[in-house]
Ligand binder design. Sequence first.
Ligand code: UDP
Length: 367
Amino acid sequence: MKKYLIIGSGFSGAVIAEQLSKNPENHITVIDERDHIGGNCYTERDSETNVMVHKYGPHIFNTDNKEVWDYIQNFCEMVPFVNRVKSIYKGNVYSMPINLHTINQFFNKTMRPDEAKIFIESIAKKDIEEPQNFEEQAMKFIGEDLYKAFFYGYTKKQWGCEPTELPASILKRLPVRFNYNDNYYANPYQGIPRDGYTGIFEKMLSASNIEVKLNTKFDSSWDLSEYEKVFYSGPIDAFFDYKYGRLSYRTVYFERAVAEGDYQGNPVINYADPEVPYTRVHEHKHFTPWEEHEKTTYFKEFSKETEEADIPYYPKRLTEDMEKLALYEEEVKKMDKIYFVGRLATYRYMDMHHVIGEALDLIKKLK
Ligand code: UDP
């Protein structure tokens, strides 16, 4: 029998456990410090409204990786879902990400795609050759007015710093479109699991050679010698007892409310004005349009710096973080049977499909 330890039951841990469980000679222990599996993808029905709630914020599954799309459907029924986000700025509702509707509405014009392209090129800061940060990336592609309206305030609220301090890669997540396509994502496969995400994790971890231990926190004093391999998906700095210092993360928290009927008519509405203290409002019953609910529950999302008791969400990857990360990564290289997997352990801004894809690839490599 070969014993494996997996620290964390989010997608990294659950996929690796599921893959390893196919060999009946393997025994896999999955631990999680929370009282539930699924990490930040955890969903549960709201006790008051019965709406399926994404407890740690909205998760819309989207990928361009056919293997990942096929794989996830072994564990759930994915219902096709297109996320159409709105953004409110100075009393107007716009389409987000920026598309032809946003551009025409914002500049009070009726341009066709080619005209809009020429117009945006005329206001974009073309002299920026290689954008060095979030702000330069935005100025190069959409110019100052659209950037200031839709990104500057929102990004300062979400990340708690000047956009000039953030990597350009964060903005590259969002497309700019010269048509009326208002699909938030550009990936070809998009959906929401019919019965939420928690059921996916239950299925992934259901094999008899997987043992799940909740409310169990890993620390560096553990003896790992009995394990063939260990997969760690917690924060990389925590694994090393923060010996090179803490990496910075943003965390989010929510203010829940309940109303009759339909509160905002859309799953997600962003608030671009810096005076509004929250970044966005999500109303979860719109993630399951196939269900009917008389009441609704919605959440105002606020963002703040991660403190010791908070759940880390978004790796900030500021210059000083990257220096510390390099030191931690040197330590990781020296280890032979411990694998650092997923968003927190690799300190990268990864979506669910990236995490699943990398976990599947790692298992293939180890075979
Ligand atoms: N962003 C923004 N305004 C918006 C939406 C996004 O300024 O209305 C910025 C923000 O900095 C965010 C980044 O664009 O972190 C990427 O957006 P995405 O929706 O990918 O972020 P997520 O919430 O999925 O992490």
